[in-house]
Design a protein around this ligand. Structure first.
Ligand SMILES: NC(=O)c1ccc[n+]([C@@H]2O[C@H](COP(=O)([O-])OP(=O)(O)OC[C@H]3O[C@@H](n4cnc5c(N)ncnc54)[C@H](O)[C@@H]3O)[C@@H](O)[C@H]2O)c1
Length: 269
């Protein structure tokens, strides 16, 4: 449970970030700052947070901009008179930005964009949030969104995989540098049903066949749900995880636990 805590969640306008913001509120947090580049979707999530019983503030922030990141942290900490939990959730993938996403053809500006959102922004947000988190008396901690692609490579994601590997290391060095006051952990989703994964699957020639191929390395034959990732993130953010820091946790239907493939019929649940 997250009783009384004040949290900031980035990329919370949709998908996993929205599910985390709402679950944090459901689990008894006092307040959730909902940040996203898209102010309209951030405001929608903030209403869901209110409905779930926490105070909210919606913040429009482009995480590629250092000054906007600093302002986002200041706004959240001022609104709630402090900050206890930071969730660095926002992330982008190069297939959304280019038709040439392989390592030998990726445009340099696309590499920079993915790097800035996926790795530089979590670091800068951590840097600006650290003084507020150090002052917290309510089990302060950071939860980062990594990915199974930070543990293993996959096609058409050179910047994505590299930056997610970086998030895992950022998690560990944050845990070291901010210990013992502030814990830091990350979650590594496999394929989760969100706008990001839908767009990734829909760009295939045969999206249904590609969807099946995506889940075939899993032991559980379906896409993951954003709410399932949110439960893990909330556990890591809670005082129940008080002895856990520098940890890397997969939520991937078993995909990274073996080297096989399975055929799952489309009716699997
Ligand atoms: N969906 C999956 O299968 C999956 C798998 C592994 C890891 N992840 C990671 O989980 C996190 C959430 O993924 P998702 O599937 O919910 O993504 P999504 O694309 O559905 O949502 C991401 C949110 O981040 C926001 N965002 C993007 N760029 C931004 C910027 N520059 N500034 C501020 N906000 C910005 C978007 O507006 C959006 O609301 C990401 O870090 C992603 O890499 C997702």
């Amino acid at each position: 449970m997250l009783n009384g805590k004040a949290a900031l969640v980035t990329g919370a306008g949709q998908g996993i970030g929205r599910a985390i913001a709402v679950e944090i509120a459901r689990q008894g947090a006092a307040a959730v700052a909902v940040a996203d580049r898209n102010g309209d979707t951030a405001a929608e999530t903030a209403r869901l947070v209110d409905d779930a019983g926490a105070s909210s503030v919606a913040i429009t922030c482009d995480l590629r901009d250092r000054d906007q990141i600093e302002a986002m942290v200041t706004t959240a900490a001022s609104a709630f008179d402090g900050l206890d939990v930071l969730v660095n959730n926002a992330g982008i993938i190069e297939t959304a930005l280019t038709d040439t996403p392989t390592v030998d053809e990726l445009p340099e500006d696309v590499w920079d964009a993915v790097y800035e959102v996926n790795l530089r922004a979590p670091w800068l947000t951590t840097k600006f949030a650290a003084p507020h988190l150090r002052r917290s008396q309510r089990g302060p901690n950071i939860v980062n969104a990594a990915s199974v692609s930070g543990l293993t490579g996959f096609p058409h994601g050179p910047a994505y995989c590299t930056t997610k590997g970086g998030v895992i290391q950022l998690t560990r060095v944050t845990a070291v540098d901010l210990a013992p006051a502030v814990r830091c952990n990350c979650f590594c989703p496999g394929v989760i049903e969100t706008p990001l994964s839908r767009a990734f699957i829909d760009r295939a020639e045969d999206p249904e066949a590609f969807r099946q191929a995506m889940i075939s390395p899993q032991l559980i034959g379906r896409l993951g749900r954003a709410g399932e990732v949110a439960k893990l993130a909330c556990f890591l953010a809670s005082d129940d995880a008080g002895f856990i820091t520098g940890g890397v946790f997969v939520v991937d239907g078993g995909a990274t636990s073996w080297m096989g493939v399975r055929s799952h019929d489309s009716n699997s649940v």
